[in-house]
Write a protein that binds this ligand. Structure first.
Ligand code: ATP
Ligand code: MG
Length: 554
């Protein structure tokens, strides 16, 4: 991955270029506005890279603003995780973290202004009636009987709402716009509702909370946002965004632009559904390495650079954005192929005894990366008893199989050429030991007599290897579009986690959490940040290698 990624171009950046060229704006100010009701996922990464990326490239600013208008679903755990994830992705927000709740007093005053202008009223229809009266895409809505209250009455009732004198659901504040508008969002949308809920920022100060559509545009304007970027489902809401700002006294009118959401195959992006996976304990928390969350990907071994590269490659458009999992995987492979030190681990060990080798340990010095000398080298113990992977030996095989076969030779990675002489089996017929001989003249050299040895297999020294739990993660869902299933939980991949008790080379004793390694011929792995310790090593498979081994070997 290049250190200075190319500057992306997309329709939003074109709009910004034009706004700067025409003098409409002299600088750019964006924001990323998550609701703290879940952890961030790879879809949010797209929005983060867009908003913070624009601020970076245009020497502008990007705010982090928590869109915290629904205290019932929000939590400080989510606030903290979101800040951590944005920073980890490599971005800095401008100034302090903001909260929509910072503006509750001002929002209240703007609501009063709308009431005073005859543009908002307190409605006492039930939520269900409001829905009925709203009409449909083909039928206009119907006016509420409370729509024509006087300004004075509305002011008094709105105060009553704020003072907790109405029950939850008994009243709400609505904008007075147009019940026949072809845009349903414009049919007298609700601006404030009553919720007797403690808020993570404002405590019990409020029992009325502003709705997203009222809050978002005003928060943007108060912060001097120039370009307010959101996903396409808010396209119609842009009319309401503009209506609110046009009808209150506020000096700034940011412009909203919409782009398409990221959908990733074999994954789910709905926070509600992700939260269900967590609460029903189908996964082990929001940072389970199978989750499409930033923290899950991070724990699995994804790097921030790979996620940023992915966002660059998928681009920003208005077209539906269904991306193959392979696109994400190729970003992390490209990164780790270049940057991950190599190591050896045997996932399904079978013992080899090299009978003609003397007792004792030989310390080999081997490079950490096949073509990056600057990544240094490490010591690798070799001895007459080693383990190889059970799948790397066959008693009989055709020429396609370039691993160890009885009576034939193979090279041990970084070590010698060995020949399999005989096997020992248990009562069940399972091989317990493979007895081999080695050619002591083949360390780093081909056999002197010109014998060709094609296959190379990995191994660990029996006396020196460390036991490790190895977690093989796969896609969480077994269908490409789990969101479309009637019951998405029925499409969970039962093999999304397979646990192996393996052996790793001793240099991995203190493998730091999240440090990626390529386990040669197996894939990319990192020590698990929650469960791995020097007493009990646990590695997560980030992603397999490109299928070269599978393709060239039977
Ligand atoms: P959900 O609908 O699942 O609750 P959300 O979109 O409401 O998710 P927010 O916390 O409001 O989640 O999202 C913050 C920002 O991230 C918004 O600007 C939103 O448009 C953007 N975003 C969320 N999901 C995606 C996605 N899949 N692709 C691109 N941007 C996204
Ligand atoms: Mg949202």
């Amino acid at each position: 991955m290049s250190e200075a990624p190319a500057r992306p171009t997309n329709f939003i950046r074109q709009i910004i270029d034009e706004d700067l060229a025409s003098g409409k704006h002299t600088s750019v100010h964006t924001r990323f506005p998550p609701e703290p009701n879940g952890y961030l996922h790879i879809g949010h990464a797209k929005s983060i890279c867009l908003n913070f990326g624009i601020a970076q490239d245009y020497q502008g600013e990007c705010n982090l603003r928590f869109d915290d208008t629904n205290p019932v679903k929000e939590d400080m755990e989510f606030v903290d995780s979101i800040k951590r994830d944005v920073e980890w992705l490599g971005f800095c927000w401008s100034g302090d973290v903001r909260y929509s709740s910072d503006y509750f007093d001002q929002l209240y005053q703007y609501a009063v202004e709308l009431i005073n202008k005859g543009l908002a009223y307190v409605d006492e229809l039930s939520a269900e009636q409001i829905r009925e009266y709203r009409g449909t895409l083909t039928a206009p809505g119907k006016e509420s009987p409370y729509r024509h209250r006087s300004v004075a009455e509305n002011l008094a009732l709105f105060n009553k709402m704020r003072d907790g004198e109405f029950a939850e659901g008994a009243a709400c504040l609505r904008a007075k716009i147009d019940m026949a508008s072809p845009f349903i969002v414009m049919r007298d949308p609700v601006l404030y509702r009553i919720k007797f809920a403690e808020h993570h920022q404002t405590g019990n100060k409020w029992c009325i909370y502003p709705m997203y559509d009222f809050t978002h545009c005003i928060s943007d304007a108060l912060e001097g946002i120039t370009h307010s970027l959101c996903t396409l489902e808010f396209q119609d809401n842009r009319r309401l965004y503009d209506w609110v700002l046009e009808n209150i006294t506020i000096p700034c009118h940011p412009r909203q632009y919409e782009f398409s959401r990221l959908n990733l195959e074999y994954a789910i992006m709905s926070k509600r559904k992700l939260s269900q996976l967590v609460t029903e304990q189908i996964v082990h928390g929001w940072d389970d390495p199978r989750m499409p969350t930033i923290s899950g990907l991070r724990r699995r071994g994804y790097t921030a650079a790979a996620i940023r590269e992915f966002c660059l490659r998928i681009g920003v458009t208005k077209q539906d954005n269904n991306v193959e999992m392979a696109a994400l995987e190729s970003c992390i492979r490209d990164d780790l192929n270049e940057h991950a030190p190599r190591a050896m681990a045997v996932l399904d060990p079978v013992k080899i005894v090299i009978e003609n080798m003397p007792d004792g340990t030989e310390i080999l010095t081997v490079p950490n990366h096949p073509n990056k000398a600057e990544m240094g080298s490490r010591s690798l113990p070799f001895s007459r008893e080693i383990y190889i992977d059970r799948a790397d030996f066959r008693e009989e095989a055709n020429k396609q199989y370039k691993r160890l076969v009885l009576g034939k030779e193979v090279r041990l990675r970084h070590a010698y050429v060995i020949r399999a002489e005989r096997v020992e089996k248990d009562a069940a017929g399972e091989i317990t030991t493979i007895f081999c001989s080695y050619d002591p003249a083949t360390l780093g050299k081909d056999p002197a007599d010109g014998r060709k040895v094609k296959g190379v297999i990995h191994w660990v020294s029996a006396a020196d290897a460390l036991p490790a739990e190895i977690r093989l993660y796969d896609r969480l869902f077994s269908v490409a579009n789990p969101a479309a299933a009637d019951d998405f939980l029925a499409t969970i991949n039962p093999d999304s986690l397979v646990i192996k008790q393996g052996l790793v080379e001793p240099s991995l004793a203190n493998a730091p959490a999240e440090q990626a390694y390529q386990f040669e011929r197996e894939g990319y792995f990192c020590a698990d940040s929650r469960d791995s310790s020097t007493d009990r090593l646990v590695f997560n498979r980030t992603v397999g290698l490109r299928d070269t081994w599978a393709k060239t070997e039977a």
